[in-house]
Design a protein around this ligand. Sequence first.
Ligand code: EPU
Length: 417
Amino acid sequence: MDRLVIQGGSPLSGEIRISGAKNAALPLMCASLLTSDPVQLSNVPHLKDVTTMLGLLGRMGVQVSLDDRLGVELRAERISEPLAPYDLVKTMRASILVLGPLVARCGEARVSLPGGCAIGLRPVDQHVKGLQQMGAEIHVEQGYIAAKAGRLHGARIVADIVTVTGTENLMMAATLARGTTILENAAREPEVVDLANCLSAMGAKIRGAGSDVITIEGVERLHGAVHAIMPDRIETGTFLVAAAATGGSVHLRGADGSILDAVLEKLWEAGASVDVEPGAVSLAMRARPRSVNLRTAPYPAFPTDMQAQFMALDSVAEGTGVITETIFENRFMHALELQRLGADIEISGNAAIVRGVPYLQGATVMATDLRASASLVIAGLVARGETTVDRIYHLDRGYECIEEKLSQLGAKIRRVR
Ligand code: EPU
C-alpha cells in the first residue's frame, strides 16, 4: 500500500497549476448519459475517482476515448445495462449520480445503495424522493435502488436539506422530463453551476443555477457539447493552507479565487496576504498563523471539504480555534491522527477545540478519508522530523499528482510503494 514520507520544515514556495475540479468532473461525466451524441470534456483531472467513474460508465456501454491533453470524450449511443453495481458504488459514493440520468434516459436504473461511509451516514433519501415526485417508481431491493419510470414529469421539489449531488441528480433528470421542474432549497455550489452550464450547452433549459431555486424546463432530447471543467476550489484551498501553515509563498495558476471567498477570508484572518487575480491566486505568510474559528455550511459558507486542512493549520497557530462541523456527523477522524503528531485537540460533539502548539513532531499517521489525508500531509509538512502518511489511496481519489506538485513547491516528500 502506498505511503507518503514527508520531511517537514520547508516553507512551500513557487508556482503550480491547479487541476480541474473532481466534484464537477464526476457529475459532468454522468451528464453524458443523457444524450446519444458525444460529450467532450477538457481539463479533466487525472484522479482515481475519475477512473472509477469512467469504468462505471464504460460498463454501461458508454464509449470512452481519452486524449493526451486532459480531454475525455464520452458517447452514450446505447446504454447496454443501466446498472451501478455494489463493488463500484462502495468505493465511490458519487456513483449515485448516474441514477437521475439513467431514469430520465432509459426509464429504469439499478443503483447500489452506497452503504457505510467514513465521514458519516450520508443517505440518499432526497435523491429518491425527488425522482418519485417526478413520477419514478422506486423500491429498495437486495441493497439496490431499483427505479422505473415512463417519461418523467416536471414537479416542484423542496429538498429537506441542501444536498449537492442530490441537486445535480435531479437537475439532470429534469432536463428530459415533460414540463417544468422547480428545485427549491437547491445547493448553490459552483460545481452545480458548472454542470448547469454544460447541460445548457447540450440544449437543456435551466435557470437559477447558483441560487437556491433552480427551474428546469424539460426538452425532448439533448445533444452533444464541448465543456471545460472548472478549476478545483478545494485543491486550491488545500495548497493555500499548506503554504500558510509552512510560512511559505505560492502562486496557483488556473485557480479561481472568486469561488473561494469563505476560505480566503479565514486565511486573511490567520494572517496571510492573499492576492486574487483572473486565473490565479497567490498567498504569502510571513509569521506564525493566528488561530481561526470556523463553521462548515453549504456554499457560499465555509466548505466541509476544507475543514480538516484548517484543523492542521489551527494545530500550529497562535491561540485557540473552534471548528464546528455541521454537514457530516463523523468528519473529525483526522483529529485523532493530528494528536499523534502532537496537536492539542478536544472534540466536543460537532465542535473541535484546537489549541495551537509551537510545533508538531513527525510520526506515522493513517489517512481515513480524502480531506483527512490532505490535513495529515499539511501537518507533515510543518512537523519536525519525518512523517509517514499511510493509506494514501484516499488522497489519490481527489488530488492530482500531489507529491509532484508539492515537490515543485520545494517540499521534501516521496511516495513509497
Ligand atoms: N443528505 C441526506 N440525504 C440525502 C442527501 C444528503 O440526508 O439524500 C445529507 C448528508 O448525509 C450530509 C448532507 O446531507 O449530511 C450533505 O450531503 P451532500 O448530499 O451535499 O453531499 P454529497 O453530495 O454526497 C458532495 C461532495 C462532497 C462534499 C459534500 C458537501 C461530490 C461528488 N461530493 O457530496 O465531497 O463533502 O458535497 O459539500 O460532489 C470530497 O470531495 O471530499 C467530498 C466528500
